[in-house]
Write a protein that binds this ligand. Structure first.
Ligand code: AMP
Ligand code: GLY
Length: 436
């Protein structure tokens, strides 16, 4: 089997987890990460190129004769990294710029859902502050205000009062706190119900759905405080029955892919709709055009098929010809974050207590009680491991039951420390409660 030189774009926990899985493939040769983190450095070579510096990434891929590039974060996808690599004859995996608009423009995504009759919250789109204010004043509360563009998961405000709504609109449309991302806002009906993350590998026409997952987006215990990129995940979600997953495939995943084909923009890569399970059925809160972070850290613990084989099948439009296996286990991933995240935080704090977690070189699983540590915002310097981001580490574990996986992960966290370390102590609690 021909070994491939692979470039993974990104530097978070998701990239470490995907890199770890890729490294286990007999098809994987040398691995490169741009820019990577201290964890990915144990799997391959970190290249100091930003995930959004597409010309530099193209130069690097040519110079190193990279066989396959995996574009994982939202920013390079929305900038059209896939189109630009393809134009240079370079093999890359991910959705095109047009397809990635499902995530990069909420206004586009909402219009797409309306045109194709996909289940989602009612909405209107605005660029004018006064008109937006008037619409909210005439509507009901709570109301949800969203920056249309990418905002690191922070551009969504749930407003209980008119004052809050006006402030959110002013921040986005007048003060431009999210820059161009907030220059268009989507004002949406408030939905109620548990949320789940759905992922599917897609080759344009065919798809293979993953087990369900649940993220915890708010920073604080009990779903309090501001939204983050995600503070922890469980997979599969114990209450997501086979019937529910079938309904989600039939009412959301399959029609979305068909609609993309009908629009002339077939979707290739990972489609990740975030859903709310309302009393009127599952509704789409948002589309993501990529693997979730930290959902992926849980998924990679469960995936039991060669990830490169899956990626090649999607590139070759042959996803229907392979079988994708998932371990019949539960997985969780708990994020350890910096004090202040998702707001301002300091970097450079020394991380201690990782002796139990040997580096994941060559992709092996150090089955230290089934716990695997994924790095996110970390950096190695002078023999020390330092914090280098808001989300610093992900502690993942598997078990025959979800409580077993969670217990292992929380126990492993006890030994880890850095100044200001914060994490949610209730990951998976709601999902378990729904079973009662
Ligand atoms: P999004 O980035 O659109 O997924 O929104 C981030 C979070 O805001 C979601 O995970 C939900 O918790 C919440 N949210 C978004 N839209 C709505 C809505 N229409 N009703 C209630 N909550 C929402
Ligand atoms: N965990 C949610 C996301 O990746 O957007």
């Amino acid at each position: 089997m021909q070994k491939q030189k692979i470039l993974i774009i990104g530097g978070g926990g998701r990239e470490h987890a995907v890199g770890w899985k890729v490294a286990q493939s007999p098809r994987a040769g040398e691995l490169f990460f741009a820019p990577g983190n201290a964890g990915t450095a144990t799997l391959g070579t970190n290249v100091p190129i930003s995930a959004t510096d597409i010309p530099a990434l193209i130069n690097f891929a040519k110079k190193e004769n990279i066989d396959l590039t995996l574009a994982l974060p939202d920013d390079p996808l929305s900038l059209g990294i896939v189109d630009q690599f393809n134009a240079e004859g370079l093999r890359i995996w991910g959705p095109t710029k047009a397809a990635a608009q499902l995530e990069s423009s909420k206004a586009y995504a909402k219009d797409f859902m309306k045109r194709h009759n996909l289940p989602t919250a009612k909405f209107e789109t605005f660029t004018d502050f006064e008109k937006a204010k008037e619409y909210v004043a005439n509507g009901s509360l709570p109301v949800v205000i969203k920056a249309s563009g990418l905002a690191l998961g922070k551009g969504v405000v749930i407003c209980e009062t008119l004052n809050q709504a006006n402030e959110a609109l002013e921040n986005m449309l007048v003060k431009k706190v999210f820059g161009e991302s907030g220059a268009t806002v989507v004002i949406e009906e408030f939905l109620l119900g548990p949320e789940i993350s759905i992922h599917a590998f897609c080759d344009g026409e065919n798809y293979k759905i993953f087990p369900s997952a649940q993220d915890h987006k708010r920073v604080g215990v009990g779903d309090t405080g501001p939204n983050t990129g995600g503070m922890g995940t469980v997979a599969p979600v114990p209450f997501a029955s086979t019937e529910l997953m079938k309904k989600i495939e039939e009412s959301i995943v399959a029609p979305t892919l068909r609609a993309m084909v009908a629009d002339g923009i077939p979707f290739q890569g990972v489609l990740f709709p975030g859903l709310m399970l309302t009393k009127d059925g599952p509704k789409i809160l948002e589309f993501n055009a990529r693997f979730g972070d930290p959902e992926t850290q849980s998924f990679m613990r469960l995936l039991d098929t060669d990830l490169i084989e899956i990626i090649e099948a999607t590139l070759d439009h042959k996803l229907n010809e392979i079988e994708i296996k998932w371990k019949p286990l539960f997985a969780c991933n708990i994020v350890l974050a910096s004090l202040g995240y998702p707001g301002n935080y300091e970097k450079g704090k020394v991380i201690t207590g990782l002796e139990k977690f040997p580096p994941l070189d060559k992709g092996e699983v150090p089955e230290a009680e089934g716990v695997v540590l994924f790095h996110a915002g970390t950096k190695a310097e002078n023999g020390e491991l330092l914090t280098n981001g808001g989300r610093v580490l992900g502690v993942s574990a598997t078990g025959n039951t979800l409580p077993e996986a969670l217990e292992k992960a929380y126990k492993a966290i006890e030994s880890i420390n850095f100044d200001g370390m914060q994490y949610r102590k209730d990951i998976g609690k709601n999902a378990m409660k729904m079973l009662e």
